[in-house]
Design a protein around this ligand. Structure first.
Ligand SMILES: Cc1ncc(COP(=O)(O)O)c(C=O)c1O
Length: 436
């Protein structure tokens, strides 16, 4: 007790603020992570986080897989590994992911909601194009780190994935609206040329079942994005953690397959295996991956080796594919149920997106409803969401919210939606009174 007291007394005497770098004031907190810090997930109906359904985790297989890794790789599995990732996993991804990477563009065929198939003997991703990451969040951050100087511009959708905005801001980049920049360019404008100190370096995009909007870019939208990137000489960071989670519609070619010379394609095991493993990959031109390789030496030396061998064995045995098709059926059912519940319980002034895959949908309320202000009432009622403004580039979307439909158990979803619609209905009342 005395030691703790002495420590408290000493730390209160130091002004730590002068030690922090100039980057620190730009760091943003994630409201999603803050919610989880304060609230016990089990005690509320949470539509907030991007958590997979825990029943999709291959718990049963873990014992056998772990034993296999220990027997097959021995001490190697506990040793440091290469910064680029272990070859066994890169080879497994080269085979397994090629159909997903090329689905929809003639090299692989995918029926509605089915895993795309291709001949693994002919379609492979060359190993020199694959870098393993300690999850796709690191993939985003490492791209930001190698490309961005303070003041550089990143173009993205509005709303955009919060973790990416956090990363770009941490490097003091300016995050601007991609659609506005493309429209400006189509009208003959060129805002960036008028501001020579501002250099646009890359487009960041989640083309499949975007977090947070749930929307998917059409082929035409992908083609015009690629045309814009080529004309403006921009790189494209294509973040695809949800690509394999399609529940309806057909696969659309990845941006990487349309513009491999300027795209870094990010994949992740988080939503199709288990986020706790923290494993992902980047596919791109070797000259770009080389800088990422050097940067990662200072970040983490190498991705987690034991986890990589587990993932390689899991992929190689075909168990991931079996598990994935079960996850897809489960999530398809949950998405359909969530949409049915929204139709049944939400007031008529409320609208939402209907995603073909992924884990989220985006809800829009009448303009006068402030989902940040409404949040405390929602938590008090026992239900959580993420307010839309946290994904906004310009403080907008105060009347929107992101809802996750993967995490909550199916038998708790109805009560959660009922509670949320009650909170929303109460927030709508003042406007109704004014209108009368
Ligand atoms: C679009 C997007 N990118 C990246 C991530 C980070 O995922 P990972 O667990 O692979 O770091 C997420 C997580 O939800 C996401 O939605």
């Amino acid at each position: 007790m005395q030691v703790v007291y002495r420590l408290l007394k000493l730390t209160s005497k130091v002004d730590y603020s002068r030690f922090f770098s100039d980057d620190v004031p730009g760091f943003m907190r994630s409201p999603v992570r803050e919610i989880f810090r304060k609230v016990d997930l089990a005690s509320i109906y949470s539509f907030a986080g991007g958590y997979p359904d825990a029943s999709t985790f291959p718990l049963q297989e873990m014992e056998g897989l772990t034993r296999k890794v220990v027997e097959k790789y021995g001490a190697k599995a506990l040793q440091y590994g290469g910064t680029q990732g272990v070859n066994e996993l890169r080879e497994a991804i080269s085979k397994w992911y090629a159909p997903w990477l090329y689905a929809g563009c003639g090299k692989a065929v995918g029926a509605d909601g089915d895993a795309p198939k291709s001949d693994p003997a002919t379609v492979r991703i060359p190993l020199e194009n694959i870098q393993i990451t300690t999850s796709s969040q690191q993939g985003i951050d490492v791209c930001a780190r190698i490309f961005l100087n303070p003041g550089d511009v990143v173009l993205t959708t509005n709303p955009a994935y919060l973790g990416a905005i956090q990363s770009f801001k941490a490097y003091r980049a300016e995050v601007r609206n991609l659609v506005a920049a493309m429209a400006d360019s189509a009208d003959g404008g060129d805002t960036l040329r008028k501001e020579p100190s501002r250099r646009a370096k890359f487009i960041y995009i989640v083309p499949d079942f975007c977090n947070p909007s749930g929307e998917t870019l059409s082929l035409e939208e992908r083609l015009s994005l690629v045309e814009f990137a080529r004309r403006k000489d921009l790189l494209i960071i294509e973040d695809c953690p949800y690509r394999a989670l399609r529940y309806s519609g057909s696969n659309i070619p990845t941006i990487y397959s349309l513009a491999p010379e300027r795209t870094l394609h990010l994949g992740s095991f988080s939503k199709i295996f288990a986020p706790g493993f923290r494993l992902g990959w980047i596919i791109g031109a070797p000259a770009l991956l080389e800088q990422i390789f050097i940067c990662k030496q200072a970040l983490d030396l190498c991705p987690p080796v034991f986890d990589q061998y587990l993932a390689a064995e899991y992929l190689g045995s075909g168990t991931l594919d079996e598990n994935l098709s079960r996850s897809i059926s489960l999530y398809r059912e949950k998405r359909d149920y969530m949409l049915a519940l929204l139709h049944r319980y939400m007031p008529e002034e409320v609208s939402w997106t209907e995603p073909d895959g992924g884990l989220f949908l985006w809800v829009t309320l009448p303009p006068h409803v402030d989902t940040v202000a409404m949040y405390d009432s929602a938590l008090a009622a026992g239900v959580a969401y993420v307010a839309g403004t946290f994904f906004s580039l310009d403080g907008g979307f105060r009347n929107a919210m992101r809802l996750n439909f993967s995490f909550l158990a199916r038998d708790r979803m109805e009560e959660g939606v009922k509670l949320l619609s009650r909170v929303i209905s109460e927030a709508l009342i003042p406007q109704k009174t004014v209108e009368k």
